[in-house]
Ligand binder design. Structure first.
Ligand SMILES: Cc1cc2nc3c(=O)[nH]c(=O)nc-3n(C[C@H](O)[C@H](O)[C@H](O)COP(=O)(O)OP(=O)(O)OC[C@H]3O[C@@H](n4cnc5c(N)ncnc54)[C@H](O)[C@@H]3O)c2cc1C
Length: 266
């Protein structure tokens, strides 16, 4: 039976409570904020590690981002991944989803021999959910999106995925290689293995590719490859919290509360 090679696309994102946008550049201010793995990407990694336990093979982590992503990504090695590929170059900066997916797809081609590409359903900072379908387009692979359960038959080179829908679930089937985006919370990501943590944070395998190593088309990456741009930023109006003290007997309180609820519903 062939060995399975899964690539998990993982993004390091600012902690939600610390997200700030630079009003001048209209870009996310990633400096001086604490970061974490994008939560559903942990579910994607867990799904890939479960398949590795069953079928053997390799799990690689792929990320596009600045060099400070590296120590965060090493936590993935401590969870059981084998190799990190970080696509990092100033030229990759300012990418919209088209340029991001182009660059990640070039990384996957360069890694080579990939059977399954795992993603989270969306990120907590960009939240477009466009990266998994974009990858599938650039690579001309099938895609299974928003998957909660995975059933792989490696000998038949096919994968089935469950997708929850109202009142039940769909079962989608496709040949591999393919792109799978997993639903947030579809599994319980494991903790780091403290026996392999020292290896992960010292000699663990990390490959950093810049534009030239990736042999990427300079017109398709970063700002140059991004046909969309942020032209305006507006703060969502925040509504003042209202507090109304209701006094009286229990019956009067219930009556006043009922009137208030009716008012809101009208
Ligand atoms: C118009 C526009 C302009 C932008 N300009 C900038 C900018 O100047 N600077 C900037 O930093 N960002 C910018 N962004 C944000 C940037 O495009 C996104 O961060 C990136 O394309 C990923 O999109 P997303 O976060 O919506 O991912 P989603 O599609 O929501 O993510 C789904 C999954 O894809 C994978 N994934 C997503 N991003 C990565 C990644 N980088 N590495 C590995 N896996 C990944 C993860 O598995 C994730 O769970 C811009 C976005 C837009 C729409």
């Amino acid at each position: 039976m062939p060995e399975l090679h899964s690539v998990v696309c993982m993004k390091v994102v600012p902690k939600p409570e610390e997200i700030r946008v630079d009003p001048q550049t209209r870009q996310l201010d990633r400096l001086n904020v604490r970061h974490e793995f994008n939560p559903p990407d942990m579910n994607a990694l867990e799904a890939a590690l479960v398949l590795k336990e069953r079928f053997g093979g390799l799990v690689s982590i792929l990320s596009m981002g600045p060099p400070f992503f590296e120590p965060y990504l090493r936590a993935g090695l401590a969870m059981g991944a084998d190799h990190i590929y970080l696509l990092s170059d100033r030229e990759f900066g300012g990418a919209d989803t088209l340029a991001t997916t182009y660059t990640l797809a070039e990384g996957i081609k360069q890694i080579g021999g990939v059977d399954l590409i795992f993603c989270g359903e969306e990120t907590s900072d960009g939240a477009t959910g466009q990266v998994p379908p974009g990858l599938a387009e650039w690579l001309d692979y099938a895609q299974l999106t928003l998957i909660t359960e995975i059933d792989l038959d490696l000998s038949k080179q096919r994968v089935r995925g469950h997708r929850l829908i109202t009142g039940g679930y769909e079962i989608l089937q496709t040949p591999i290689p393919c792109v799978i985006s997993v639903k947030t919370g579809c599994n319980e990501p494991r903790f780091m293995d403290y026996r392999i943590k020292p290896w992960a944070f010292s000699e663990g395998r990390v490959t950093v590719w810049d534009t030239s190593a990736l042999e990427a088309d300079p017109d398709s990456i970063g700002l140059a490859g991004s046909p969309t741009m942020v032209t305006e930023l507006a703060a969502a109006p925040s509504r003042e919290r209202q507090r109304i003290m209701i006094k009286g007997s229990s019956q009067e309180i219930v009556q006043q509360l009922t009137n208030l609820i009716k008012e809101i519903l009208h």
